[in-house]
Design a protein around this ligand. Sequence first.
Ligand SMILES: Cc1ncc(C[n+]2csc(CCOP(=O)(O)OP(=O)(O)O)c2C)c(N)n1
Ligand SMILES: [Mg+2]
Length: 432
Amino acid sequence: MALHSGVSFVRLNGFRHLARLLSTHRKPNIVQNEKNADFPGAKAPYVTEIKFLNESSYDPIPIYRVLDNNGEVIDNNEEPNIDRDTLLNMYKSMIQLSQMDKILYESQRQGRISFYMTNYGEEGIHVGSAAALSPKDLVFAQYREVGVFLFRGYTVTELVNQCYGNCEDPGKGKQMPVHYGSKQHNIVTISSPLATQMPQAVGAAYALKRIPNNDRCVICYFGEGAASEGDAHAAFNFAATLDCPVIMLCRNNGYAISTPTGEQYRGDGIASRGPALGLNTVRVDGTDPLAVYNAVTRARELVLGTNKPVLIEAMSYRVGHHSTSDDSSAYRPLEEIDKWTKDESPIQKFRLYLEQKGLWNEEADKAWAKECRNTVVRTMQDAEKKKLPHWKEMLEDVYYDMPPRIQKQIQQMEDHLKKYQEHYPLNRYQSE
Ligand SMILES: Cc1ncc(C[n+]2csc(CCOP(=O)(O)OP(=O)(O)O)c2C)c(N)n1
Ligand SMILES: [Mg+2]
């Protein structure tokens, strides 16, 4: 295994710091014979010594970052040139997201919605990547990437309507909360079974490549837990062998529900799989929105310039419980979380950066947080007043042509409701 693909990824884009980091990556010391083998499956040197390679044969893959914990740029050459409005949209989306998470999490506890998942600690991955993409790039998300929706202009109202499954939810209540999607914003609807989106994203990228003068790429977000699915391997291999313009972005947040990374995989995280499968690979600090922005900007140039996929592993920490069905105090100490909410908070780092640039201050921060809170509360009150979708909706839009057995069930349900309507809260549902 060699990390040369990573180095060329870097060289093409002139990222000095990244190049320096990756070029220090140590190659294993193997005594070589002069002769090179020429098998169809491998062109490699012959050796006369058996040596097993494992993760300790290599240095750990370095983690690229731009900001330190005080929001200061470490190497001025690495500071991206992002305009003021975009920087503010990034930060404001992060705050809007964390306020929404707080209130919707509570609303599940009060029984107003059935389920919720928070995004705490990973906001920087969302906005850093979304800002580096074109709005026309196609997004395949897992579920913990709501900042991408907000950055693209998907509204809190649209998100909340989905969580409430009311008549304005585009899925008409068929999916659990947090399974958002938006054709208008080029974000494919989220699927519950892990890794579903990964081969689909690669297929979509392959389709885009076939369009003459294609200028769109695909980004696929997934967790380090999802990367254990067979579909993840299939996706990586198809992406590499079919030369697909796709960015595979792993959010490595340390946990898959209660399974810590130490039990999820052996080896050097998810990034080490990239070069092994022929993907240009880079590992970044996911708590640093500017590092993520740089990595995705360069990845986009690379995938569109060469039709070769990129794997990005964004290191972060899942600060919240996995979901409202989880209590993480059962499997991790509270002190572990502390570090990530204090020194390593992406929101805090980015706020300090903006303050140093004179783009933000405490007063603006308080006012924006208040506005975000009010938006969510107002939107929830509206969402609760809206009717639920007509009951028939649960059976419609599933099959292109409704099968006779389902038509029969609808008829039976209609007859039943006519007879026993006083036993059902039909006034809460839309009429036909
Ligand atoms: C195929 C499949 N297996 C199991 C689950 C249950 N499940 C839902 S989320 C999750 C953890 C995923 O962890 P990760 O990919 O690291 O994402 P994170 O939740 O950390 O963002 C599991 C096991 C599922 N949805 N689909
Ligand atoms: Mg995870």
